[in-house]
Design a protein around this ligand. Structure first.
Ligand code: FEO
Length: 391
């Protein structure tokens, strides 16, 4: 048993989610500040639950619901997203309220939920569908591939609340539910990290969704993770407009691994060369910083240099994993080049360059290859090439 209680966010509407204080890895995404799985309870003629937290947190969800109403009275469950961090406790709630309709998108939500949880009392909906739950209406807006095919947001016009699920959220464990009760700089940094690591490949879909939401009068965005936006709504909407448009800054990221410091010396030289021409550059030894943080910086940095020595005719596995991750995220508007040292062979640098191209990075400098240990002349030459780049 626990003593968790619902937190009222508006008259008759409660946050009943779960806070995952200790989670540090979300399918590979490093979550240094934990997360929350937000769910919302609306007390109306038809008592409605929006989303159902991750498996393992069902007791917390049920305790919070039970603090205001018997869960058996729930008549409508909105499943915004099949991913188990929002649907994991669905069967637990369905067991307590077997007659409740489970609203999901058609066909993707229906297929996904059925595959995971079997036959339940599903009510599939499509774009433009709405239901009355009493004094309030819930309008469903599918947001396909933001970031799963089934993803959906729900708008309540009487309350001017958008229940946005993954969109506009961030992995952040906090005891305070609203944006204005938390450090805005931390929230925005985590929101950017979330977008970069989860939503980056779906910029076009994000823009479509933003357009669909553009006409709505919104006084609160009740997200699926992290804080509820009520004061800084324009700030997160503007950030999403910029991020989904692929806007980048005059900044460089230099990402590398090294065996015996030669590639490291190249990375340092490249970082300093960017700085010398007035472009702030971040230096990432891949062993020292989680990939998800590096990706967050790359996301809005125009320039990217990636370095690896050669090992067994390959690039370092750390850099291969990084480039695999980068390629999947399909970054846009980036320019870069490959670099590295080698003892013999030296195949890794060309491989890095090919992977950068495959990731959509425009190659602006032929790969920098240095045998053994870079000489002072070679380092000067590298600096000169970067200073001479027509950026
Ligand atoms: Fe928060 Fe895509 O689940």
């Amino acid at each position: 048993m626990n003593n968790c209680k619902a937190i009222q966010i508006s008259d008759g509407i409660y946050w009943v989610g779960a806070v995952d204080w200790s989670m540090r890895n979300f399918h590979g995404y490093e979550t240094g500040r934990g997360s929350s799985y937000n769910a919302y309870l609306i007390l109306d003629d038809k008592i409605t639950l929006i989303d159902a937290v991750k498996a393992g947190f069902e007791d917390e969800l049920i305790a919070r619901i039970s603090s205001v109403v018997d869960p058996a009275q729930i008549q409508v469950i909105v499943s915004s997203h099949v991913e188990p961090d929002h649907s994991g406790a669905l069967r637990n709630i369905a067991a307590l309220a077997p007659d409740a309709q489970i609203i999901t998108t058609n066909p993707n939500g229906l297929k996904g939920l059925t595959a995971r949880y079997g036959k339940l009392n599903y009510k599939p909906v499509k774009a433009g569908d709405a239901i009355s739950i009493g004094k309030r209406t819930l309008k469903f807006v599918p947001t396909p591939m933001l970031h799963w095919p089934d993803s959906m947001v729900t708008y309540c016009p009487e309350e001017k609340i958008l229940f946005s699920n993954d969109a506009f959220g961030e992995h952040l464990a906090t005891s305070m539910r609203f944006d204005d009760e938390n450090d805005l700089e931390i929230i925005m940094r985590e929101a950017k990290k979330y977008y970069a690591n989860i939503l980056m490949p779906f910029g076009k879909q994000a823009q479509t969704a933003l357009n669909a939401l553009g006409g709505l009068d919104i006084r609160m965005i009740a997200t699926g993770h992290g804080v509820i936006w009520r004061t800084h709504i324009d700030k997160i909407l503007d950030a999403y407009k910029s991020w989904s448009a692929g806007e980048v800054e005059e900044r460089a990221c230099v990402v590398f691994d090294s065996m015996w410091h030669s590639t490291e010396i190249l990375a340092q030289t490249i970082t300093e060369a960017f700085a010398e021409r007035g472009i702030p550059a971040a230096y990432y030894d891949i062993k020292a910083t989680p990939l998800s943080d590096i990706i967050t910086d790359i996301f809005t940095s125009k320039y990217l240099a990636v370095g690896s020595p050669t090992i067994n005719n390959q690039m370092m596995p750390t850099i291969a994993a990084f480039l695999c991750y980068l390629k999947g995220l399909r970054p846009v508007n980036h320019k870069g080049f490959a670099f590295g040292s080698y003892g013999w062979g030296g195949q890794s640098i060309g491989m890095v360059e090919e992977e950068l191209k495959a990731s959509g990075v425009e190659i602006i400098l032929d790969k920098i290859r240095v045998a053994n240990v870079p000489t002072a002349q070679q380092l000067n030459d590298i600096t000169a090439k970067i200073l001479a780049l027509n950026l």
